[in-house]
Design a protein around this ligand. Structure first.
Ligand code: C2O
Length: 594
């Protein structure tokens, strides 16, 4: 059944892998007076809560064990499986201002959905009946006039709904803002925000966000087969801004976009904040290579048993009581983040709309972008690794979200409800063989690696950092490599200004001109890209607004490709591309992922 959902002609070719990252984000609420008059009367500003977190295990908090007991060591006996700690659905009655929205935003929205205490009932999600029609999502560049007319009518009807209807466009885009800009605290952890990016909630949450958005649009036009389009940016024909969104008189139009990137300007999936001067043909070739590098993560999935390998694709664990942003999966980092940045309007203070999370979904193209992000997950599950489980961890499977459905009912969804697209009755148009399955990055240069630049850590990324890194093990057997992926870890990436787009590339044994190499080069381990989130106005829990991040890159294949698997030391280059002037890195090491 699921084979319906992906392109014919593709084969399950294992590939190798790049990055997640880890961000530690201090959390504190500072009411912004500009917000107060926007807020629903039912939504409150949260008092600042100083917790003892950091000294205790989150499960002690869940159990109500106090700081003193925890500090005395009781927490130490807990393990990840001893007690469930999935992220719980937010309490909509406690929704408050979205504290991550930067003060420079032209208009600071109230991102809380309509909620009437005592009247709003929450129901548990049930999948659509198996006999209900399959919604087949078309590639945005392939839709016909009849489809476009339907889609435009649905979006204008959504935009015409009263603002207090949770299905209105005005509320629909704010759903995203609430879950990514700090409008919800975790239940039981006042002051600790729910963040659905940079962690293992990224794919499931966005899947269900699209699911309900699509069903609302379909309901508005009385069409239960209606399906959202996807931006087919992994195929050459889809590697420009989708033209259906660029018509100024369409409800799909948004004036806050980069005017230099309108179609047919080629999409740069490796966007570093400046436009390349490469001819279009070469740009497409470069995109295929980046997609290939991302596919390296599928290789890890296949080669390593258990849940941890899945985390390199899905994202890092994020449980109740955890600080936000433990680390993004590979697709979220690139191309998800660069495409947001490439689309957003540089004339706006924060790259609105697509270039910053709070406003991203105000641009209808958001839903097409995330259609393809979701399709990447579907391709992995149904085609590259059919039958593979994602992450068999109850803290993932039982994590919950709330959405309003097409009948304006509030629905509680768990991650385990989101995994099977066929059961959710949606699929993606077959657009032919996946063009990237046979793309390979250029073989590494035969030249001598540029020498390490030395210098101590923490190192500033205002310039290229080149460091010699010891490999604990060399020339391992194929079986050993299958059991444990070698992972290059860039530790303690500190981003003081997370209102800016940050991107750097990481190379292994790059030659002297490595600074000019692109992420498509064979020596590239991957890219780290971080979309601006916002700023956590007023400082964080520890009085700092900095984010700390870890990026991980699987490098088994890379080392084989560049003939360095026998080397006891490799030279790792970190090449800043964008927004890195104040970024520092605490260290670089090599580890292994089972
Ligand atoms: Cu929730 Cu593409 O971001």
């Amino acid at each position: 059944m699921e084979s319906l959902n992906i392109a014919r002609g593709a084969t399950a070719t294992p590939r190798t892998a790049p990055p997640p990252c880890t961000v530690t984000l201090p959390t504190q609420l500072h009411p912004n007076p500009r917000l107060l008059h926007h807020r629903n009367t039912t939504n409150k500003t949260k008092p600042r809560h100083v917790s003892c977190r950091g000294a205790i295990d989150r499960r002690d908090v869940l159990l109500g064990i106090g700081c003193a007991a925890a500090a005395a060591g009781m927490a130490a006996t807990n393990t990840n499986t001893s007690l469930a700690a999935p992220i719980q659905a937010p309490d909509l009655g406690e929704c408050h201002e979205a504290v991550d929205v930067p003060p420079t935003a032209p208009e600071i929205p109230n991102c809380c959905p309509t909620y009437v205490p005592g009247r709003t009932v929450t129901v548990d999600f049930a999948p659509p009946p198996p006999y209900s029609p399959l919604r087949v999502r078309p590639a945005a560049h392939l839709v016909d006039r009849a489809y476009l007319a339907k889609y435009e009518r649905a979006v204008s009807l959504m935009k015409a709904l009263p603002d207090d209807d949770p299905r209105s466009f005005a509320q629909q885009w704010r759903v995203h803002c609430a879950y990514c800009d700090g409008a919800y605290d975790q239940v039981g952890f006042p002051g600790l925000e729910i963040q659905i990016h940079s962690c293992w909630l990224f794919f499931p949450w966005h899947r269900m966000y699209l699911y309900f958005h699509e069903r609302i649009l379909g309901k508005l036009i009385g069409d239960d087969t209606f399906a959202l389009p996807f931006w087919n940016w992994d195929a050459p024909a889809g590697m420009s801004f989708p033209a259906i969104y660029a018509n100024r008189s369409s409800p799909l139009y948004d004036p806050r976009r980069n005017q230099a990137h309108l179609p047919p300007f080629p999409l740069d999936l490796d966007y570093s904040g400046t436009d390349t001067t490469l001819p279009k043909d070469q740009l497409i070739d470069q995109n295929l290579k980046i997609i290939h590098v991302m596919n390296m993560v599928y290789f890890i999935f296949q080669m390593i048993s258990g849940a941890r390998k899945a985390e390199l694709f899905i994202g890092q664990p994020y449980r109740a009581g955890d600080e936000p942003d433990p680390g993004a999966g590979s697709i979220e980092l690139v191309p998800h983040n660069p495409v947001h940045q490439w689309t957003g309007d540089p004339r706006q203070p924060n790259g609105e709309d697509m270039g910053i999370f709070y406003s991203a979904a105000r641009d209808p193209v958001f839903f097409a972008h995330h259609g393809n992000v979701d399709r990447m997950w579907q391709i992995r599950r149904a085609l590259l690794f059919p039958g593979a489980t994602d992450i068999p961890d109850p803290d993932w499977l039982d994590a919950e979200f709330l959405f309003y459905d097409e009948d304006a009912r509030l629905v509680r969804v768990r991650v385990r409800d989101t995994l099977d697209a066929a059961a959710l009755r949606f699929a993606y148009q077959d657009v032919g063989p996946l063009p990237w399955l046979d793309a390979r990055p250029a073989k590494g240069s035969a030249g001598t690696p540029a020498p390490a630049t030395g210098g101590a850590f923490p190192a500033a990324l205002s310039t290229t950092v080149r460091v010699a890194v010891a490999r604990p093990r060399t020339s391992r057997s194929r079986k050993e490599k299958e059991e444990e992926e070698e992972v290059l870890v860039v530790e303690g990436i500190e981003v003081p200004d997370h209102s800016a787009y940050v991107k750097f590339d990481v190379f292994v044994n790059a030659p002297e001109d490595g600074g000019a190499a692109t992420a498509a080069a064979g020596t590239c381990a991957g890219s780290f890209a971080m979309s601006p989130h916002g700023v956590h106005r007023g400082g964080g829990r520890e009085g700092s607004t900095a984010r700390k991040t870890v990026a991980r890159f699987g490098i088994c294949d890379l080392l084989d490709d560049i003939g360095a698997d026998g080397d006891e030391t490799v030279i790792v280059s970190i090449v800043p591309r964008c927004g890195c002037d104040s970024v520092t890195v605490a260290g670089v090491s090599i580890g292994y992922v089972k």
